[in-house]
Ligand binder design. Sequence first.
Ligand SMILES: CC(C)(COP(=O)(O)OP(=O)(O)OC[C@H]1O[C@@H](n2cnc3c(N)ncnc32)[C@H](O)[C@@H]1OP(=O)(O)O)[C@@H](O)C(=O)NCCC(=O)NCCS
Length: 167
Amino acid sequence: MFKIRKASKSDSAGISRLTKKFSTTLSRGPEEISRLARNFFVAENQKGKIVGCCGFKKWDSDAEIIALIVDSPYQKKGLASRLFGKVLGQLKKTKSVEKIFVLSTKDVAEKIFSPAGFFPAGIQMFSRKVGEDCRRCRKNRLDCKGRYLCDEIVLVYKNPKGRRNLK
Ligand SMILES: CC(C)(COP(=O)(O)OP(=O)(O)OC[C@H]1O[C@@H](n2cnc3c(N)ncnc32)[C@H](O)[C@@H]1OP(=O)(O)O)[C@@H](O)C(=O)NCCC(=O)NCCS
């Protein structure tokens, strides 16, 4: 019923539609999505419409899992687990990737990322991410009562196939 496949540049619009609809954190513009499109897997319904996506962004020798999204009518059917599994599987085989990390809310982390072997970590470990992405994130500010809006946690997975992690 649903096809999970590697994305290409021509899927940028479909991926952008999902990120625009669901992202409450970072707003990624069309150029960024187009640049990253080949790092994505997408889920297609029978009509060929993109109903889910998950990708990664490389930060030196680390890789961040980004934009794990499944459109509302298609949720709770296991699509996120399949999409995430594909991206993680690809990254695990990549020797130049030492650490794989993701930013997520606690509930999603507990359901999807912790069971796959991801552990809570500090964002300071990923200083380029903080300097480039967190800086422009909608949640990186205080609300009117002075409370910090970011409710995301960082989870990390050490890639056993990563060159520097090999014993
Ligand atoms: C989070 C999201 C990707 C899950 O997609 P999905 O296709 O419904 O997930 P799956 O069907 O693969 O479910 C995987 C597991 O997570 C659980 N789960 C799914 N969404 C959840 C949520 N929002 N909170 C808690 N648990 C959730 C499912 O119940 C399932 O658990 P089970 O295996 O014990 O039944 C989807 O709800 C979504 O796109 N949300 C908006 C964007 C978002 O928050 N993305 C996460 C960014 S890291």
